[in-house]
Design a protein. Structure first.
Length: 235
């Protein structure tokens, strides 16, 4: 029988053929022109990989009760900074080793309202094993050519957001498949320049996290004050 996955594959193939060989959308033409103005020669993501991209597991999420349990990473577990959320998240009954995340694995969201969202896995930030879910695609990068942190930093730029808008097509919902992500062109500076950019990104991350933590504490404090004022608590 012709199933949902077959239909999705057909739609992906048809969309790729149409945009590549028939009439590319104006936004994609504009992005192609933008790549010509990059300071460094652009390279397709596909040429920077150690292995083909991989789709995540198709398991049902279950309540994760302790920090020691493996975490089943879904799109909703990734915040707007590209970090895992602070809650426990979910786990799953069957987590196969092929979906285990390793240091510097880069995940791209392939479907839904947050298509284009990215997450770079770092063991120093996460003390428990993580596996990735089906609406995410894993890319493993060749560090002799490009630093994973540099590609991650590039995905936080407006120019990448413009590419996402250009490439995604609305069928049942917005979607970018592994083949389309592999065609993404990014400027490729020397590794020494990439390292400086990664350091800048890490510094910004630390500052953003500190600011967010302060804001969250202030928000909780304001909530408590409002409760005491409005609900007559604490007297």
């Amino acid at each position: 029988m012709f199933g949902c996955r077959d239909l999705q594959g057909y739609q992906d193939s048809l969309r790729t053929f149409y945009t590549k060989f028939v009439i590319p959308p104006p936004e994609l033409v504009l992005y192609s022109q933008t790549t010509q103005s990059f300071k460094y020669k652009p390279e397709k993501l596909n040429n920077l990989l150690l292995e083909p991209p991989q789709y995540g597991a198709a398991e049902r999420g279950l309540d994760r009760l302790t920090i020691e349990q493996p975490r089943y990473v879904r799109i909703t577990d990734i915040n707007d900074l590209g970090l895992l959320t602070n809650d426990l998240g979910v786990t799953a009954n069957k987590l196969e080793s092929q979906y285990l995340l390793y240091d510097d694995d880069l995940l791209f969201a392939r479907s839904g309202a947050t298509v284009g969202k990215t997450y770079l896995h770092k063991r120093k930030r996460v003390a428990y094993p993580c596996y990735f879910a089906g609406y995410l695609i894993r890319f493993r990068l060749d560090k002799s050519k490009v630093l994973p942190g540099y590609v991650f930093a590039f995905t936080k730029l407006p120019v990448f957001k413009d590419w996402v808008k250009a490439i995604q097509r609305v069928a049942a919902q917005p979607n970018i498949n592994a083949r389309e992500y592999s065609e993404l062109e990014i400027p490729l500076p020397p590794l020494s320049v990439q390292l400086r950019i990664v350091d800048m990104m890490n510094d910004t991350f630390r500052e953003s996290i500190q600011i967010r933590q302060i804001a969250e504490k202030q928000f909780v404090s304001i909530q408590n004050r409002l409760e005491r004022t409005i609900l007559n608590k604490g007297k």
